[in-house]
Design a protein around this ligand. Structure first.
Ligand SMILES: Cc1cc2nc3c(=O)[nH]c(=O)nc-3n(C[C@H](O)[C@H](O)[C@H](O)COP(=O)(O)OP(=O)(O)OC[C@H]3O[C@@H](n4cnc5c(N)ncnc54)[C@H](O)[C@@H]3O)c2cc1C
Length: 336
């Protein structure tokens, strides 16, 4: 629980941005967190998980608190479900693997998402047809303002597409300590999304299992997404925008290759990667900031780009998409 001064955050964010934290400390329990906050309470403090959904555009003038609360505990089970409480500092993918080893189903489609458990509810992480809200039971969080602990149920979190209360009305107010997931004892397989079925066939899987789905997702992700250990990135930089049906129909008439998915209700989700690609950004590079060659949705740091370089590129992308399609896209990554 030692406090370090003037620490580079480069190893602590997958974009590899060299921002400086005036102070940096890791905590492994709520007690340790409270001690740190008692001595260093400030509005400039920042909670860090695995740093895989952050773009640092400036130095952090306060204390960066790295959440390292560990532990995976079964707190309850019944005929159908097992309720597993997980420390916020556990690595997400290691937790997924732990579930697969124990035959607990529900998170296999979320294999290989970088980052930690504590951030999983922040943006309701999702991939291949599954979101964290599908297995979420509740979470415990600490609020520095009144030094109290709070429990958030599924309804309290107001989960949406890459969204929750923690990104909106409670932004920067709570520190998530642990999350409890409700996992299935009898798996419900989700294989219709993306190329999962194709990959399972390629793998010559005879009998479907959560292990096989996890392996298929891992293979697809490895082939598709840049590895942050090699090229700095934070996954999808932008959210897929949703538009009303009329707007979708007008766009589809003008751009017949438009990629879109119908949402429940009368709106359509447009593929942000397609919109960006149509504006000519795919493979673009300026200095060390770029738009990935295979995935236009992923902005990359080829080495020494600053957060400001990446942010500027994202501004230009948003502007050209607005000019060409009349659509306001949003960033998925947290800009700090
Ligand atoms: C290659 C790649 C692929 C990705 N693919 C996906 C994907 O398929 N689906 C998807 O949803 N995401 C994806 N992401 C984004 C990212 O992995 C997730 O958003 C992940 O949950 C972030 O976790 P983290 O611990 O790294 O959070 P960080 O980046 O450390 O933090 C993200 C935000 O949450 C806050 N935060 C973190 N921990 C806590 C806590 N305990 N309490 C309160 N606030 C906290 C931080 O202050 C920050 O605002 C991808 C990223 C990469 C690099």
């Amino acid at each position: 629980m030692q406090i370090q001064e003037n620490i580079s955050l480069k190893p602590y964010n997958t974009f590899g941005i060299d921002a400086i934290a005036r102070q940096f400390a890791a905590f492994e329990s709520r007690d340790e967190l409270e001690i740190l906050l008692d001595d260093h309470s400030s509005k400039s403090n920042f909670i860090l998980g695995g740093g895989s959904n952050i773009l640092f555009t400036k130095n952090i003038d306060g204390l960066v608190l790295k959440n390292e609360i560990k532990g995976i505990t079964v707190i309850r089970e019944d005929e159908h479900y097992v309720y597993v409480k997980v420390g916020a500092g556990e690595n997400w993918h290691s937790f997924v693997q732990y579930c697969i080893e124990h035959s607990w189903a529900g998170v296999e489609n979320l294999s290989l998402i970088p980052g930690n458990v504590g951030a999983s509810p922040m943006q309701n992480i999702g991939a291949y047809g599954v979101e964290i809200k599908d297995v979420f039971f509740d979470l415990e969080a600490f609020r520095p303002e009144d030094k109290k602990g709070y429990t958030f149920t599924l309804n309290d979190c107001e989960f949406g597409y890459r969204d929750s209360v923690f990104k909106r009305k409670f932004k920067d107010q709570f520190i998530i300590l642990n999350v409890t997931y409700r996992l299935h004892k009898n798996p419900v397989f989700h294989t219709s999304y993306g190329a999962i079925m194709q990959e399972l066939e390629k793998m010559q899987v005879k009998e479907l299992s959560i292990y096989a789905i996890s392996q298929a997702v891992i293979n697809i992700r490895r082939a598709k997404l840049p590895d942050p250990a090699v090229t700095g990135n934070a996954g999808s930089f932008f959210k897929n925008p949703s538009v009303p049906r009329e707007q979708y129909e007008t766009l589809k008439k003008e751009f017949d290759t438009l990629i879109a998915y119908k949402n429940p209700g009368d709106t359509y989700k447009l593929a942000a990667g397609w919109l960006i690609e149509q504006c000519g950004w795919k493979g673009f590079r300026r200095g060390d900031a770029g738009c990935h060659q295979k995935q236009a949705l992923v902005l990359v740091n080829y080495g020494n780009a600053s957060g400001a370089d990446i942010f500027q590129l994202s501004e230009e992308i948003l502007q050209t998409v607005k000019n060409k399609f009349g659509i306001d896209m949003e960033r998925e990554v947290n800009v700090v």
